[in-house]
Design a protein around this ligand. Structure first.
Ligand SMILES: *Cc1c(COP(=O)(O)O)cnc(C)c1O
Length: 374
C-alpha cells in the first residue's frame, strides 16, 4: 500500500485552461509546468494543457525541460530564467526557447547554436519593476539588436513579469506596463521586431486586461487554485469556474481511543479535552505537510467530514481527531487536499492557516508521494 497518492484530474486542467483563455479574450496560453507542474506531475499537466490548446509550455530549470522532452513532449518549451553558464550547452542541445537578459549569456548561446548550425529562440526579459531577473529597460534595445544580429539566435519574444498583479488596487502593474510599453516603442523605433510580447501570469491574465498582450503565462490558476485570496470572484467570475486539479489522499494506518487529558505527538503540544477517537495517517512533513499545520487549525477529510490534525505533524505521520462517535477503521480513505463526500479541503484553506499561499502548499508535495493521473 502506498502511503499517499496525488492524483491529477487531467480534465480539470483542460477546463481551467479553456475558461481562463476565454476570460482573457482568447489570447494564446503558455502553460507553466515548473516545479513538477506545481506538484501535480509536470508531464500529465503538460499533455492535458496541450490537448486543451496551450501554445507553449514553460519551466524554470533545464532538467525540467529535459524530462518533458524525455517524456515525449515535442511542443515548444520556454525556459523562464537564464540557465547557469555550465547549462548553456544542454539548452543549445535541447533547442528550447530560452529567456535571456545578459549580453554574455546571449553571446554564449549564439556561439553554441551557431556551432551546432541551429538558431536558438530567445525571449528577452525586461525588468520593469519585479527586481528579480531581467535587463534594465534602458539596455533592452541594444540587447534585442544583439540577439537579432547574432547568427545563432533569434528574438522570439519580449517579456516582463508583474510583481503585484494579484492586487488590482495597486498602481504598480500599470507603472510596470507603462515601462514595458516604452521599451516596445523604443524597439519599434529602432526597427527591431519584438517577437511574442508577454507579461501576464495568472493574476495578470485574470485581473489586468492590459497585461494580456500576445500570450499569457498561466501557472497557478491552471491548477484550479486562486492566485490570491484578495482577488474577488464577483469581480472576476472566472475564479468561480476553476476546478481544483489535485486530490491528495491517504488511508488511516492506525486507530485508537483517547481520554480527556491525553496529549498527542512530539512535545505533547496538543491535549485532548474530551474522550475521542484518534486516527493516524502515514503522511508527514517529509511528504510536504507542514509540521505546524495542525497547531494552526489545519484539517483533512475523514468520512466526508473535515477533521482537525492534532499535535505536530511528524516526519512520516500525523494524527487526526475524528470525534467521540467516529466510525473509523484502518484503511479508510483520508483526503488531505480534494473532495470527499460533499466536503472539500483546498490548498487555499491550508495556506490561510499557514500564512502562505496555495502555491507553496502544492509545490511542497514531496517526491515520496505517488503521482497518478485520472
Ligand atoms: C511562475 C511564473 C509564471 C506563472 O505564474 P502564476 O502566478 O503561477 O500564474 C509566469 N511567469 C513567470 C516568469 C514565472 O516565473
Amino acid at each position: 500500500m502506498t502511503s499517499s497518492v496525488a492524483t491529477l484530474d487531467a480534465s480539470a486542467i483542460g477546463t481551467n485552461l479553456r475558461a481562463l483563455q476565454a476570460a482573457a479574450g482568447g489570447v494564446p496560453v503558455c502553460a507553466v509546468v515548473k516545479a513538477d507542474g506545481y506538484g501535480h506531475g509536470a508531464l500529465g499537466v503538460a499533455r492535458a494543457a496541450l490537448d486543451a490548446g496551450a501554445a507553449m509550455l514553460a519551466v524554470a530549470r533545464v532538467h525540467e525541460a529535459e524530462s518533458l522532452r524525455a517524456g515525449g513532449v515535442d511542443a515548444p518549451i520556454l525556459l523562464l530564467s537564464e540557465p547557469a553558464p555550465d547549462e548553456l550547452a544542454a539548452v543549445a542541445d535541447l533547442g528550447t526557447a530560452v529567456v535571456a537578459y545578459r549580453g554574455e549569456t546571449i553571446d554564449a548561446l549564439a556561439d553554441l547554436a551557431a556551432r551546432r548550425g541551429t538558431t536558438l529562440p530567445i525571449h528577452l526579459k525586461v525588468d520593469t519593476g519585479m527586481r528579480r531577473v531581467g535587463c534594465d529597460p534602458s539596455d533592452a534595445v541594444a540587447l534585442a539588436e544583439r540577439i537579432v544580429t547574432a547568427p545563432g539566435t533569434a528574438l522570439a519574444g519580449t517579456m516582463t513579469h508583474l510583481a503585484v498583479a494579484d492586487d488590482p488596487a495597486s498602481a504598480t502593474t500599470a507603472r510596470q506596463l507603462d515601462r514595458f510599453d516604452e521599451v516596445l516603442a523604443a524597439m519599434a523605433a529602432a526597427g527591431v521586431a519584438p517577437g511574442l510580447v508577454h507579461a501576464a501570469n495568472s493574476a495578470g491574465a485574470i485581473a489586468h486586461p492590459r497585461a494580456r498582450r500576445d500570450m499569457v503565462r498561466l501557472g497557478i490558476a491552471l491548477y484550479g487554485i486562486a492566485p490570491d485570496p484578495g482577488l474577488d470572484p464577483v469581480r472576476y467570475p472566472v475564479l468561480s469556474s476553476l476546478v481544483p486539479a489535485l486530490t491528495w489522499s491517504s488511508r488511516v494506518s492506525f486507530v485508537k481511543s483517547a481520554t480527556a487529558g491525553d496529549a498527542v505527538s512530539y512535545g505533547h503540544r496538543h491535549v485532548v479535552t474530551a474522550d475521542t477517537v484518534l486516527a493516524t495517517v502515514p503522511v508527514g512533513y517529509a511528504d510536504g505537510v507542514r509540521r505546524d499545520l495542525g497547531l494552526r487549525g489545519g484539517t483533512v477529510l475523514v468520512g466526508g467530514v473535515a477533521r482537525p490534525i492534532v499535535g505536530v505533524v511528524t516526519m512520516d505521520q500525523f494524527v487526526v481527531d475524528c470525534g467521540p462517535d467516529a466510525d473509523v477503521a484502518i484503511g479508510d480513505e483520508v483526503v488531505l487536499l480534494g473532495a470527499q463526500g460533499g466536503a472539500r479541503c483546498t490548498p487555499e484553506d491550508w495556506a490561510a492557516h499557514l500564512d502562505t499561499i496555495g502555491y507553496e502548499v502544492v509545490c511542497a508535495i514531496g517526491a515520496r508521494v505517488e503521482r497518478r493521473i485520472r
